[in-house]
Ligand binder design. Structure first.
Ligand SMILES: N[C@@H](Cc1ccccc1)C(=O)O
Length: 492
């Protein structure tokens, strides 16, 4: 498109006006272009974007007299008025009668400072008639008008003094000039034609057929439009949904549970000894409240902890304490949800998962937050084996897009054997992603579960950091609008 086409009629009018007066104010431009000032300036800014004009803003400081300053310019500064009125020593009290006490107060300080008089024994003693000071000259200059800083050269210091005395005020004038550039001039000289342009096609134009003889303003498709950010699901939520879908597709049922759990379900049923360090105050959020414990399991769990129950296990020994088990905590893992579900549904087969929040007293840093998500799962069925566990997790990670998966030996009080799944990330190496194993008999027997249970609890936020390219876990919970806008919507 040539410039004849890309310029609006207003832009052309402004360029043509600037051809004859290449530098002017907005008001002058309005006159020469015959456009309203705002319209002319709007066009000037558009032309500036295209490099055809420069719009420059400048600020000029100016100075004028306050009403007190104007009065002294007319009648003289207080110290001048007083010195003019006396030729011999006069008692200060008399002066206060003649002038106001306030004026005498102001004048005295300046009379002494300027060396025009001294005070002796309560009397004002004048020296000879002083010449006008530079401050008085400035007052005279400024009387009835304002002057710019440049026009007040050599008065800089006294200007400051008079501003301090509140006799001079400082103000600023803003100036805007519009100047045509060489490119602008070339175009203006090449002969611009101003035509009426249609920017909107109306039904009237269509019906009357007038549109046939009109010129339409073309779209400038080279102007980059403002980006539009549509509403979208939070990237972390999106990832949680993706994981949820994978397990649903693999035939699992999603389950939910309470955030507040008794220690019984969070620790004791999982054969975690009552003096286990994970239960300590510094690791777990303990609540004031207690829970009613389920009678049908309590004695069996107690027996298992104390001496191994009917099992060949020896248990942990010592005394199992009901009060400790009754204490409520914020669940430290979602395993409390799956174990309760298994107790309520002991008949095989069970394939369940829970993707939800867990709470631990972590010191907050880039890789730890006290609230975080876990992806918990269990499979209970006849003949389930360790190989099935590894196969199930490998399948899940493959579907998440992690190709290389491996398992390292691990330890949890409730599983045997126990493993820690890891995935390989380019540039990071093997990254550990949680725990898994087969529930021990000490866990399943007291709850009446007869078949083997494969179980895992996977860290979700680690996966999210890897998938979303985050260096700081806290980003997931912080609503940084720029990050959210720019985050890509990836496919499920
Ligand atoms: N609950 C463990 C993970 C886990 C779950 C189930 C079996 C084994 C381990 C954790 O939070 O780290």
């Amino acid at each position: 498109m040539n410039s004849q086409q890309t310029l609006t009629s207003h832009e052309k009018a402004v360029l043509l006006a600037l051809k004859d007066s290449p530098k002017c104010t907005p008001e002058e431009l309005s006159q020469t272009s015959k456009l309203k000032t705002e319209t002319a300036m709007h066009a000037a800014f558009l032309l500036e974007d295209k490099g055809y004009v420069n719009v420059e803003d400048s600020v000029v400081k100016k100075y004028g007299l306050t009403s007190e300053g104007e009065e002294y310019a007319k009648n003289g500064l207080p110290e001048r008025q007083i010195i003019d009125s006396i030729s011999e020593p006069v008692p200060i009290e008399d002066l206060k009668q003649r002038f106001s006490p306030m004026m005498v107060g102001i004048a005295t300080g300046w009379l002494l400072r300027k060396g025009w008089a001294v005070i002796d024994n309560g009397q004002m003693v004048p020296f000879s008639q002083p010449e006008p000071g530079i401050d008085e000259v400035l007052l005279g200059r400024l009387e009835g008008k304002t002057l710019s800083f440049e026009e007040l050269e050599n008065f800089e210091k006294v200007l400051k003094d008079l501003i301090k005395r509140k006799l001079v005020y400082e103000d600023e004038d803003k100036f805007r000039t519009i100047e045509i550039t060489d490119e602008g001039l070339d175009i203006a000289r090449s002969g611009l034609e101003i035509q009426e342009e249609i920017t909107q096609l109306t039904s009237r134009l269509l019906k009357s057929g007038e549109w046939k003889n009109k010129t339409f303003r073309p779209y400038d498709i080279s102007i980059p439009p403002k980006p539009v950010y549509g509403g979208k699901i939070h990237p972390y939520q999106r990832l949680l949904n993706q994981m949820r879908h994978i397990f649903l597709e693999m035939g699992f049922t999603e389950i939910k549970g309470d955030i507040v759990q008794s220690s019984f379900w969070n620790f004791d049923t999982l054969f975690q000894p009552q003096d286990h360090p994970a239960r300590e105050m510094q690791d777990t959020f303990h609540l004031d409240s207690t829970a009613q414990l389920p009678e049908e399991y309590m004695s069996k769990v107690c027996a298992m902890h104390e001496y191994g129950g009917e099992n060949e296990s020896t248990g942990w020994g010592g005394k199992w304490c009901e009060e400790i088990a009754a204490k409520n905590v914020l669940r430290t893992h979602t395993t409390s949800v799956t174990i309760k579900y298994l107790a309520d549904n002991p008949q095989p087969p069970v394939k369940a998962f829970c993707i939800d929040r867990a709470y631990r007293r972590e010191t907050i840093d880039p890789t730890h937050t006290p609230e975080f998500e876990q992806l918990e799962g269990v499979v209970m069925d006849k003949d389930m084996s360790f190989a099935n566990l590894l196969g199930c997790l490998t399948e899940f990670y493959h579907r998440m897009g992690f190709e290389d998966v491996r398992f390292r030996p691990g330890y949890f009080p409730y599983t045997e054997p126990s493993v820690e799944p890891e995935v390989y990330i380019e540039g990071m190496g093997w990254v550990e992603l949680g725990g898994a194993g087969i529930f021990r008999k000490e866990v399943t027997e007291p709850l009446g579960i007869k078949e083997p249970v494969l179980a895992w609890g996977l860290g979700v936020s680690r996966v999210a950091m890897l998938k979303l390219g985050l260096k700081d876990l806290r980003e997931l919970y912080r609503s940084d609008i720029d990050w959210l806008r720019q985050s890509e919507v990836f496919r499920l």
